[in-house]
Write a protein that binds this ligand. Sequence first.
Ligand SMILES: Nc1ncnc2c1ncn2[C@@H]1O[C@H](COP(=O)(O)OP(=O)(O)O)[C@@H](O)[C@H]1O
Ligand SMILES: [Mg+2]
Length: 266
Amino acid sequence: MPVQTANAVTLKGVRLDRGGRTILRDLDLVVPAGSITAVLGPSGTGKSTLLAALTGELVPATGTVQVFGEAVPRRSRELLEMRKGLGVLLQGNGLLTDLSVAENVALPLRTHTRLPEPVLQRLVAMKLNAVGLRAAAGLYPRELSGGMARRVALARALALDPPLMLYDEPLTGLDPIASGVIMSLIRRLSRSLGLTSIIVSHHVHETLPIADQAVVIANGSIVFDGTPAQLEASEDPLLRQFLRGEPDGPIPFESAPLERTRAEAG
Ligand SMILES: Nc1ncnc2c1ncn2[C@@H]1O[C@H](COP(=O)(O)OP(=O)(O)O)[C@@H](O)[C@H]1O
Ligand SMILES: [Mg+2]
């Protein structure tokens, strides 16, 4: 297990390139252990790319990424070890359709531990209970609503008790009620288990209320880092535009050639 330090994640001078293009640069970020951090920004700005740097899937072109005080490893064996401490909820849920809900949640436990079957079954029941789906253990993914499927994926991400949870667009495809359930679940699990949570989302108004820290990325870099209250009080035109979801303004929505960013910010 990683050593618990005051910071769950530290980025210093990070630049992230993909397909020969710089997606994000000059990233300096600290995520305190035990906090909920919302990483917000329009689609295509690099939110998922930032998460990829935390999971070690993407190696930074420059700078350092630390998780619980340790550099994200590059060698595959150490990387696999580190990833046991990371719970990741990806956009598509990634449930296996041929497996029951219980077996989907059991999967990480079967892969990474050698727990006796009764212990494993008990843990699965506890995780499903934590997301309010104990009664759904025997169902198959096709029998679940979108919100239930997201909660099963959440239970599976929690299976190994990771100290750090990464959520990539946890509300995509959910109706307002299911969205509310997911957000309050994320908050409750974070608080009761003492987890550090990083929620990447373009759903500003659903995500901010449960966040301790808000980070906005736009135009290839971090344009805001502070509390949700500070963000909501900001008079920066770019942030106002983003908060109100206006299509025209300083953020060129969708694809933004990075070359423009400094000139505009500048
Ligand atoms: N594997 C990849 N190869 C090349 N470019 C990519 C890759 N993944 C994402 N990108 C590009 O990086 C930019 C940021 O993408 P992404 O991080 O997915 O944004 P977001 O999650 O904020 O919607 C986009 O322009 C996207 O086209
Ligand atoms: Mg994304």
